[in-house]
Design a protein around this ligand. Structure first.
Ligand SMILES: N[C@@H](CCC(=O)N[C@@H](CS)C(=O)NCC(=O)O)C(=O)O
Length: 267
């Protein structure tokens, strides 16, 4: 039996749900509320010492890290295959999946700067601190602190947008060869990025690829047209949360686009 500890809008957890949906694998979902701090509960940290989602439990065996979980699922449940059959193809795939942590960090930067900051600024300082002071990694904790103080002006934001620009450029080159990142076959390389794009779109920031990288925009539309997008991503986003994302993100859209244009000009 498969159980997945996840959270409705958490991008890393959504990556794994897309793989489960593509393979039509049933799983017992255990939803955590990250805003409430469920990830810091001592019992959960025994499963995932990083206090993060997702965590997969397969017949009692525990596995963390979404990129590793996705490859594990494809090995343990081979049909339909989401990795190339040959070693060279799989190596090419891993050049994409290897980047996911870095891109996730950039997504997290943008989400903290745009949405979580807006939410937390309405709360008293001690509650604000509580949201990040339990994060086990000191570098991540410090990033949250600076982003809550400085928002889109923090240096982390230009760094995140630079990573997106490089990703879009590389995707654009790959997508000249076929509809998916590895050519004709949809794979874990595509799956690993979809929820990141979904998050940026929810934060009214899709212009950073739509206005500059049309092949990337077409790729994301193809991903959204797959049934797994609805099952694993769209259906998990509560309507009120989507509306909240739109409300807090819309006033910042111009600032994000200008910052991205600056990054492109100096790349
Ligand atoms: N590298 C890990 C990252 C996991 C991660 O940071 N997950 C986020 C959600 S996407 C989380 O649970 N954050 C905890 C928090 O917000 O305190 C993975 O890919 O599984």
């Amino acid at each position: 039996m498969l159980a997945l500890y996840h959270a409705d809008t958490a991008v890393c957890a959504a990556k794994v749900r897309v793989t489960l949906a593509e393979k039509a694998l049933p799983f017992e979902g255990k939803l955590l509320d990250l805003g409430r701090g469920d990830q810091f509960a001592p019992d959960y940290r025994k499963l995932n010492p990083n206090a993060a989602v997702p965590t997969l439990v397969h017949d009692g065996w525990v596995l963390t890290e979404s990129t590793v979980i996705n490859e594990y699922l494809d090995e343990a449940f081979p049909a339909p295959a989401l990795r190339p059959a040959d070693a060279k193809g799989r190596a090419r795939m891993r050049l994409w999946t290897k980047r996911e942590d870095q891109i996730h960090d950039a997504i997290n930067t943008m989400t903290v700067a745009i949405v979580f900051r807006a939410d937390l600024l309405e709360k008293p300082p001690e509650e604000r601190r509580k949201r990040y002071e339990n994060i086990p990694d000191p570098a991540k904790r410090e990033k949250w602190r600076q982003l809550l103080e400085q928002g889109l002006d923090a240096g982390y934001v230009a760094d995140a947008l630079g990573r997106f620009n490089k990703l879009f450029r590389d995707m654009d080159t790959a997508l000249a060869e076929g509809p998916w990142l590895l050519g004709d076959a949809f794979s874990l390389a595509d799956i690993g990025l979809i929820s990141f794009f979904s998050r940026m779109e929810a934060m009214e920031s899709a212009g950073i690829w739509r206005d500059h990288y049309p092949r990337v925009a077409d790729w994301f539309e193809r991903c959204k047209a797959r049934p797994s997008y609805k099952t694993a991503i769209a259906d998990y986003i509560p309507a009120a949360r989507a509306a909240h994302f739109t409300r807090v993100s819309t006033p910042l859209r111009g600032k994000v686009e200008q910052a991205f244009a600056r990054v492109m000009a100096t790349a």
